[in-house]
Write a protein that binds this ligand. Structure first.
Ligand code: C5P
Length: 225
């Protein structure tokens, strides 16, 4: 028996968040932003000033980590995160924290901890889980799996627009380099690399608008339900 879970994986800037929120809204499911969790842990480790290459007791470090989600401030907005009681919803959205997240996400103990948390959050089903390894590792038994991809240039352009809307100023070339590096890290890491699950539906979003992608996904879900 498959879980009533929709997984949406793909590289950064592919439109996963916008699409996932809309799918969750349409189905009345809860949206699970797992990138926000990796970003918060990245910030946590970064602030501790710990070098993970040398630190060999990551589980102990993680014992003092407490993560809570808070609902978005406005409809369609980003999910907020409380990191040890502090509202880090805005800081975690910067490209710098994204880079740190990409780095810490390669460590097995960190992935293990977040995978456990994600499975607890998905236990009762009815979630749209967005990330890199939702269909492959965290929810292999999900009924509806999607993998979004798009041309890297187009993905950078989308991220620039999105960040500017959030008031974050970025240099496009710099962001493009960071996007490529982050994807490379995510695709090449040993554990839970970014790749489509065997039973995922692949969608290229390079030249399609958000609404088209959402419609296509909803149609596939309805057919399978
Ligand atoms: O999706 P987002 O850009 O917020 O993710 C930030 C980083 O967190 C990614 O570049 C990736 O390294 C990591 N991540 C991950 N597994 C997930 C979600 C995010 O490794 N399920």
């Amino acid at each position: 028996e498959k879980q009533e879970i929709v997984t949406i994986d793909g590289p950064s800037g592919v439109g996963k968040s916008t699409v996932s929120k809309k799918i969750a809204d349409a189905l009345g499911f809860t949206y699970l932003d797992t990138g926000a969790m990796y970003r918060a842990v990245g910030l946590f480790i970064h602030r501790l000033g710990v070098d993970l290459e040398k630190e060999n007791d990551i589980p102990t470090l993680l014992e003092s980590l407490e993560l809570y989600f808070i609902p978005p401030a406005e409809k369609g907005g980003d999910v907020g995160v409380l990191l040890n009681g502090e509202n880090v919803s805005e800081v975690i959205r910067t490209p710098e924290v994204a880079m740190v997240a990409s780095h810490v996400s390669a460590f097995p103990e960190i992935r293990k901890k977040l995978t456990e948390m994600q499975r607890i959050l998905g236990e009762r089903g009815k979630i749209v889980a967005e990330g890199r390894d939702m269909g492959t590792v965290v929810f292999p038994g999900a009924r509806y799996k999607f993998f979004l991809d798009a041309d890297p240039r187009e993905r950078t352009r989308r991220r620039v627009v999105q960040l500017r809307e959030q008031g974050v100023q970025v240099d496009e070339e710099e962001l493009h380099a960071m996007t490529l590096e982050r994807d490379k890290n995510d695709r090449e890491r040993a554990i839970a690399p970014l790749k489509p699950a065997e039973d995922a539906v692949l969608l290229d979003t390079t030249s399609s608008g958000v609404e088209d992608v959402v419609e296509k996904i909803l149609r596939i879900i309805k057919k399978k339900a």
